[in-house]
Design a protein around this ligand. Structure first.
Ligand SMILES: [Zn+2]
Length: 416
């Protein structure tokens, strides 16, 4: 049986890969196909990215707007966090569905099966397979095909958990119970970068640790290949990070600009996405959208604004009340470790954390450049210089498995 393995190193921008910092990833790059112009989706956040990896489609087609999303509930826009385990229930109630398009898990349910081990938020794990066609293992709860009970993943959030998860994935999945598609999604270096300056020794140590874990997976795959197994290995990330130096409370901003009543009435709301924000307007609020946009254009925290066809070009549909996407302002000054770029980040009501640390979500230059390496013994060392993105992963895997890719936005990568 052919099988494909995808390993996601959350938050790892392609610029950090080098023989000194990440010897394993550098060596894999040198022997496989390195996608030199790989890009994130918008918003460049983990939950919508997991859905993009799973479906081969951007939010415009898969329907999950970001890490947080406005849902129409009883005539009000309710912004909900897609991270907690119960979000899928709210999404089904509001929209009658989770994702609008099939996942890889659904497509291989009768062709060898799907399994994912994930150490990010529950939502980012479950959106790899939200309707339970395969197996998803996470510390907050796990499921097998059809909602079958399987053991919870016995790992904690953080690097120690990533180390434990990699060991379990190599033993339980790769060696003992292979499936047509297996995914492992590390929480680092993303988690460390949200809590330490970019380029700091703490960041570098996390990078090195994740690189070492990728080495364990690659060695396991190589050993299985030596026994005659045909395995396609993809290693990549979902987005990069940029330094945040200022925060804006977008709820307070609406109130200060005279839109408090519409906000309280559930007609106008922001769904924050780190260095991006999505604005929703319904009912009475639709008529004030031009006024809100005019005020946004003069706000110091706003970088670029997209609406209508421009939103669609970014891969997200102006639907369900979504009217505006914002990438927050950036200035080029370096941080204390010489990494250029300082950003605003959006928050919504609660206290702002993480100044001086990494964040992502918008369409800034570093947060939108994850990496992707495709490795197979039949492939030659190569660099793909055409633009690729997260949505090319699923069609590449399905094409390798000999399965159709109908309905996907992405294109299979030519690695052979
Ligand atoms: Zn992520």
């Amino acid at each position: 049986m052919k099988r494909a393995v995808y390993v996601n190193c959350d938050g790892l921008c392609t610029d950090w890969i080098s023989p000194e910092r990440t010897p394993v990833l550098a060596a894999l790059s040198a022997r496989g196909l390195r996608c030199a112009e790989h890009r994130a989706i918008f918003p460049s956040v983990t939950r919508a990215s997991a859905a993009a990896v799973a479906t081969g489609c951007r939010p415009i087609r898969h329907g999950l707007h970001g890490n947080r999303m406005g849902l129409l509930e009883d005539g009000r826009i309710v912004v909900r966090d897609a991270g907690p385990p119960d979000f899928r229930g709210h999404m089904r109630k509001a929209l009658g569905r989770t994702l609008r398009v099939p996942t890889m898990a659904e497509r291989v349910a009768k062709h060898g099966g799907f399994v994912a081990y994930s150490n990010v938020s529950p939502g980012a794990a479950y959106f790899l397979d939200p309707d339970e066609h395969g197996e998803v293992r996470h510390r907050a709860g796990s499921n097998g095909p059809g909602g079958l009970a399987v053991p919870t993943l016995p790992v904690k959030a953080g690097l120690e958990g990533d180390i434990a998860m990699a060991g379990l994935f190599c033993d339980e999945v790769l060696r003992e119970k292979p499936r047509a598609i297996s995914v492992m999604w590390f929480g680092d270096p993303d988690l460390t970068m949200h809590n330490a300056p970019i380029g700091s020794p703490t960041h570098m140590a996390a990078l090195r640790q994740i690189d070492d874990l990728v080495g364990k997976v690659a060695a396991t795959v190589d050993a299985l290949r030596a026994k005659g197994e045909d395995i396609l290995l993809l290693v990549g990330s979902d987005h990069g990070h940029e330094t945040i130096t200022k925060g804006v409370n977008v709820t307070a901003w609406l109130d200060e600009n005279g839109f408090g009543a519409l906000r309280e009435g559930g007609q106008l709301a922001f769904a924050t996405q780190g260095t991006a924000a999505l604005l929703y307007a319904i009912g009475e609020a639709e008529r004030v959208v031009p006024e809100v946009i005019a005020k946004l254009k003069s706000a110091s925290w706003v970088g670029e604004i997209a609406m209508g066809a421009e939103l669609e070009r970014l891969g997200i549909a102006p639907e369900g009340g979504l009217v505006v996407g914002i990438s927050l302002a950036r200035s080029p000054e370096p941080n204390d470790f010489g990494v250029s770029g300082q950003r605003w980040a959006a928050y919504n009501g609660s206290e702002f954390k993480g100044l001086g640390f990494g964040q992502h979500g918008g369409w800034g230059p570093d947060e939108t450049r994850p990496f992707l390496i495709v490795d197979h013994p039949a492939g030659k060392p190569a660099r793909e210089t055409e633009r690729t993105s997260l949505i090319d992963i699923a069609p590449t895997i399905l094409t390798f498995l000999g399965l159709p890719t109908d309905g996907m936005e992405g294109k299979p990568l030519a690695w052979g």
